[in-house]
Write a protein that binds this ligand. Structure first.
Ligand code: ADP
Ligand code: MG
Length: 702
């Protein structure tokens, strides 16, 4: 166990970070790499060679024998292929080699990664390219090099490439726009992310006994335990020793990898927990979140536990999400979403705030899509997570500032340096404003926005790609409105621009309880989209508005959009198909085995009892037997229907129609079947069942 006093020396000890580079690289090489990291400039091969040599030495000193390009293909997982550093010598010995070329470019045989038809038109090969802005690290004896993954023609086949593009687009538009309120010295703007990760921990042996958890990550059958989360005694509760030991180990592993794990606590649902890191630059934060999920699984395993990252592992119990805290920060150190003590005078803040409001309203369908997955569809709108309708919470204090802008109280001062909004109320926005609305999908929380819709198991890259691009577009629109104006003209135009933008987008602002039906009705009146599932939302991905947005900012080409459309729908259908087959198998084998054995024992018991005791009724036994029989008739019928519809779904060829069918029909059949399976399970004693029940899964950890 790491001692507290070792922490500062151990933190990031497995990372080839800026400190290591500064210490070890020749000065000019360090400068060149630093420039590449900060400005994204091209890296010459001789520089890469020099970095590779130093990186190899450092990696070997730290126990690495292999290196791997590490990337994030469209499977939603990470991918890696390891090569050793060894190069055999004619004399039978080996030397350890690693060249600049091997560092910057890889050619994994990528034909089995999803490409949505992209590679067919070019070449089966995919390429990985070093992302120097995310530091390399050592894990399990290998040097991991974060990379982007593209096709031969340069099309993105991963999540990192478009994320980097979206960060670039937002930076470019922000730098341009921020010149207007006088931030002339800004040359780059970074998006920052802190993603809070929720998860469940259950006993590993229990996990291994359930095919549904093993194959799909969620329980597909299971009667509720007598106790659920209604007592709310788990949230922030005392952490059990087994869980505490896991969390301790997790922190240490993450710290060694330079992942700034900061907060840990129990969540609302039994056996549910959360880890929040300190925020970092977007692409590093996304890489770190991917790593965090992986390390969580690994550490859990060591502790005899299983870490569930699925968005809805248990019916009737809160699901898990990944709150995406997001802000924009200039290279001069200004957080553009920090209102400061005089938000009414803070033009960069007001412009940014109103641009975010416009972006979320204009691109709500795309944002909804960015968090859509088969798993997350069970969570959004389930009265425990944000609804599928996107709205923004700004809080009382900021609402007052926005009201005064809307009422058109103009800028007071005419000088460019001292533009002011003549707000009558000058609230001081405290970071810890107490009226935080936990039900809002997109909440302003003091100096950042918290996007609460992302699911717990997926990369947060998608959400941030859409968010960055949508805000870049609103910035761009504002810049073109203000272009060439100066003095009073500029001030007048800016005043009306902010006012008009606010008026046309204020329908997306909502400070009330987002979990109620009234809000869903109200949202519909306001014309806000309510895209309930991935298949419902998917056409928006290739709508005119999407294509215009993403191609203009060079995030995705039309072909890349089409390929992602196909991949997402296909993945969705595959997931539901696996769920259906797993559910059928569990019911036919595991549940039925218990049901039949128990029915047999009950029948024998009834006969025995009535024989032994003339006139005996065996009332309880008969009643249970009758209920079991009733349930089994229904199970049988509904199982047939599910089977039939799943076969039908499998045979469909149109990706959209197929996904729609899985969602509207197959999932519905599974829900119907589950009702009776759970009814039967509730009657069967645990010892007859081949798998652990909800009560065991959720309450057995000590
Ligand atoms: P909570 O929401 O649980 O009350 P905090 O508000 O302290 O907690 O922070 C939640 C997350 O937001 C943390 O991961 C934190 O690092 C992150 N965060 C704080 N400031 C920023 C910022 N400027 N940009 C992005 N994330 C931020
Ligand atoms: Mg939070």
């Amino acid at each position: 166990m790491m001692e507290a006093k070792q922490l500062t020396s151990k933190y990031g000890s497995l990372v080839f970070n800026n400190k290591v580079m500064r210490e070890r690289l020749p000065k000019d090489v360090y400068k060149a790499v630093h420039k590449t990291i900060v400005n994204g400039t091209h890296l010459e091969l001789d520089v890469a060679n020099s970095v590779a040599a130093v990186m190899k030495e450092w990696a070997i000193e730290n126990g690495a024998t292999h290196f791997t390009h590490w990337f994030q293909p469209m499977t939603g997982l990470t991918a890696e292929k390891h090569d050793s550093f060894i190069s055999p010598e004619p004399d039978g010995g080996v030397i350890m080699e690693f060249s600049g070329k091997e560092l910057v470019k890889g050619e994994p045989d990528a034909s089995s990664f999803p490409s949505g038809g992209l590679r067919a038109t070019f070449e089966a090969r995919g390429y990985t390219a070093w992302d120097p802005s995310s530091p390399a690290f050592i894990k399990d004896g290998s040097l991991y090099i974060p990379t982007a993954f593209c096709s031969y023609g340069g099309e993105a086949l991963d999540k990192k490439t478009p994320l980097l593009r979206s960060m670039e687009a937002l930076s470019k538009e922000a730098v341009k726009l921020m010149k207007i309120p006088g931030l002339d010295d800004v040359t780059r703007v970074n998006t920052t992310i802190g993603s809070e990760q929720e998860y469940f921990l259950i006993d590993k042996e229990d996990y291994m006994k359930r095919k549904d958890l093993l194959f799909t990550g969620r329980t597909l059958i299971g009667a509720p335990a007598s106790k659920g989360q209604e007592m709310e005694d788990h949230y922030f509760g005392v952490i059990k020793p087994k869980v505490a030991a896991f969390m301790h180990d997790l922190d240490e592993e993450l710290w060694m990898l330079g992942i700034p794990a900061k907060t840990k606590h129990n969540e609302v649902a039994p056996s549910q927990h959360e880890m929040a890191p300190v925020f970092e630059t977007a692409n590093v934060a996304v890489d770190h979140n991917q790593l965090t999920m992986e390390v969580m699984k690994k550490v859990a395993d060591k502790h005899g536990l299983s870490c569930l990252l699925h968005e809805k592992p248990f019916e009737g119990i809160n699901g898990s999400g990944k709150h995406n805290n997001w802000s924009i920060c200039t290279d001069t150190g200004i957080n553009l979403l920090d209102p400061g003590s005089h938000p009414d005078e803070n033009i960069p803040f007001l412009v940014s705030l109103i641009a975010v409001i416009a972006a979320v309203d204009d691109y709500a369908p795309q944002l909804r899509l960015s968090v859509a997955s088969a798993g997350n569809d069970h969570r959004l709108g389930a009265n425990e997570a944000p609804p599928a309708v996107i709205s923004i919470f700004v809080g009382d204090e900021l609402s007052k500032v926005l009201d005064s802008i809307e009422q058109g109280i103009a800028f007071k001062s005419a000088s460019k340096e001292k533009m002011m909004m003549g707000a009558q109320v000058l609230p001081h926005i405290t970071k810890d404003n107490t009226d935080r609305n936990r039900t809002s999908p997109f909440a302003f929380t003091g100096n950042k926005f918290e996007f609460r819709m992302p699911g717990s198991s997926v990369s947060v890259a998608n959400a941030n790609i859409v968010l960055n691009t949508a805000v870049a577009e609103e910035f761009s629109k504002m810049s073109s409105e203000l272009d060439g104006l100066t003095g009073d003209d500029l001030h007048d135009r800016l005043t009306t621009l902010l006012k008009d933008t606010l008026i046309s987008h204020k329908r997306v602002l909502f400070d009330g309880n987002g979990y109620t039906d009234e809000w869903i009705e109200e949202a519909e009146k306001r014309g806000l989209p309510n895209l309930k599932s991935l298949p419902d939302a998917m056409p928006e991905w290739i709508s005119e508005s999407s294509v215009a947005l993403f191609t203009k900012h060079e995030i995705f080409t039309r072909e890349e959009l089409d390929s992602r459309y196909e991949i997402l729908l296909e993945n969705y259908s595959k997931s539901i198909n696996i769920e259906s087959l797993t559910m059928q198998e569990m019911i036919i084998k595991d549940l039925s085995a218990g049901l039949i054995a128990y029915e047999k024992d009950l029948t024998e018991e009834i006969i025995k009892k009535e024989k032994a005791l003339p006139g005996a009724k065996a009332a309880l036994e008969r009643s249970i037997l009758a209920s079991l029989d009733e349930a089994s008739v229904e199970i049988c019928e509904r199982l047939e229907r599910l089977k039939k519809d799943t076969v039908m779904a499998e045979s469909m060829t149109d990706v959209q129609a197929q996904a729609d069918f899985y969602e509207k029909t197959v999932l519905a059949r599974m829900d119907e079947l589950r009702v009776y399976a759970d009814r039967a399970e509730a009657l069967i004693p645990e010892k007859y069942l081949g798998y652990p029940t909800y009560g065991q899964l959720l309450f057995s950890l000590r």
